[in-house]
Design a protein around this ligand. Structure first.
Ligand code: ZN
Length: 452
């Protein structure tokens, strides 16, 4: 009898040790890959935990062997990229936080029990407010993305990508849809930043004291033998550093970029995390691009957000979040906490991502962004009851041989009580001042109305 017990204990230890080995060795990678077949097997789905927003609104849960999502169909679509789906078509919480949902982050005994299909996984609470996401989705008249974050903690309060999909009625066959609607544009969509890049160029100019220039903008200027233009009839007239930023004069910032030179501009962009491999805890994010070939004409356009500049909406939001937070960017997070029953097993802490610029420069750029909203191109982002700072962008791209414009707004509420930064991009919508800025204003107003 004792021999049997001994054999049993040995077998138990070998099995347990193996599972521990797998969990420790492959850890996060193993559980967060969409190709992990464990995630979508019926037995696992039955035991998976639920997903809630920060206020306890139910966003995903299991009923028997089926996964169900928010009952309100607009809300379901609004949060679908953040929540994800059990097929791994879109990488969201269902995939990134699978180790919690399926209980594989528990202790050794729990792991053994979970492997035999015995216990339920953890419930997770996301940082987003699903009502705010729903509001944003209902107000987006173009494809694109909106993302908002508490710049003091890094908690993402809203994240919406359009076109979206319905996780409740997903077709698992490979040819049902174009992949585009499953792509989370917030973290995977790379766009030319257009004039929102002037935030980065202005910071570089301030650091190098290159802010004394005063020019007469006539709407077109020859830089390195070729024309740089401002899309305003007759040009901006006489502009200095502040008014050129507020009114978004391309010629001024093209000349500033050339004055700073390629190496200083590249260093400046790199400090704001261009060309950087992001390695965040809660989600994957594509790298943004800033590269120069050496010519001053390309440098001029790179300094005003064209040429080969590319940025994701999340990254563009983070740049403004750092300006708002005295030059320090917090790591963006979407996971608030994990609970097993009433017990909180994990609660995320605020963590610094990087210092992007000195405090004095951040304060100066913040003032320029304030001027842009109070009297410049972003007046339509202004709202009562809060101080909004921001920058618009109109980014050119070619579609079917035709020049079109993405409409951008980046900015933040300057107030420690309402510390929210935002990025809005509406694809092909036109001028930033006419589309993205007013939407940002409405989203800020809704945010305050909801009590944030
Ligand atoms: Zn101009």
């Amino acid at each position: 009898m004792q021999g049997m017990l001994f054999i049993f204990v040995v077998m138990f230890c070998v099995l347990g040790g193996y599972l521990l080995y797998i969990n420790v060795t492959y850890g996060d990678q193993w559980f967060s890959t969409p190709y992990n077949p464990r995630i979508s097997t019926a037995n696992n789905i039955a035991n998976a935990g639920s997903i809630y927003d920060r206020n306890g609104v139910l966003l995903a849960h299991s009923q028997g062997n089926t996964r169900h999502y928010a009952s309100n169909s607009d809300m379901r679509r609004a949060v679908s990229h953040t929540v994800g789906d059990v097929y791994g078509k879109s990488l969201g919480a269902e995939t990134y936080f699978a180790k919690y949902l399926y209980g594989y982050d528990k202790g050794l005994l729990d792991i053994v029990a979970a492997a035999s299909g015995g216990t339920r996984g953890g419930d997770i609470y996301l940082t987003i407010d699903a009502r705010l996401c729903n509001y944003i989705y209902d107000n987006m008249e173009h494809n694109g993305a909106v993302v908002m974050m508490d710049y003091t903690t890094g908690e993402v309060l809203a994240s919406v990508s359009v076109p979206t999909f319905d996780p409740e009625n997903i077709n698992t066959s490979a040819d049902d849809e174009t992949g585009s609607r499953y792509l989370n544009r917030v973290t995977q969509g790379r766009y030319p930043p257009g004039s929102t890049m002037k935030v980065v160029t202005a910071a570089a100019a301030l650091e190098h004291g290159a802010t004394d220039m005063v020019i007469e903008c006539k709407g077109s200027e020859t830089v390195a033998g070729k024309p740089v233009t401002c899309p305003i009839k007759g040009g901006h007239g006489r502009v200095d550093f502040a008014s050129a930023f507020e009114r978004s004069c391309n010629i001024y910032f093209a000349l500033v970029s050339v004055e700073l030179g390629g190496p200083a501009m590249t260093r400046g962009a790199d400090r704001f995390a261009f060309n950087y491999e992001f390695d965040f805890n809660d989600f994957n994010m594509l790298k943004s691009n800033f590269e120069l070939s050496g010519g001053n004409y390309d440098l001029a356009w790179a300094g005003i957000g064209q040429y080969k500049d590319l940025v994701t909406p999340m990254h563009n939001m983070l740049i403004s979040a750092g300006i708002a937070n005295g030059g320090t960017v917090m790591e963006p997070r979407t996971l608030l906490e994990v609970k097993y029953g009433d017990r909180t097993a994990y609660r995320a802490d605020a963590k610094k991502f990087r210092d992007e610029t000195p405090v004095a420069v951040a304060d100066d750029v913040s003032r320029l962004m304030r001027g842009t909203v109070s009297r410049g191109t972003a007046v339509s982002a202004d709202i009562g009851g809060a101080t909004v700072n921001g920058k618009t962008g109109t980014a050119e791209f070619i579609s079917d041989g035709e020049v079109k414009n993405h409409s951008w707004f980046v900015g933040f509420i300057e107030d420690p009580v309402h510390p929210y930064a935002i990025a809005v991009i509406l694809e092909g919508a036109g001028f930033g001042s006419a589309h993205a800025a007013p939407l940002a204003g409405r989203v800020f107003a809704k945010t305050l109305e909801l009590g944030y």
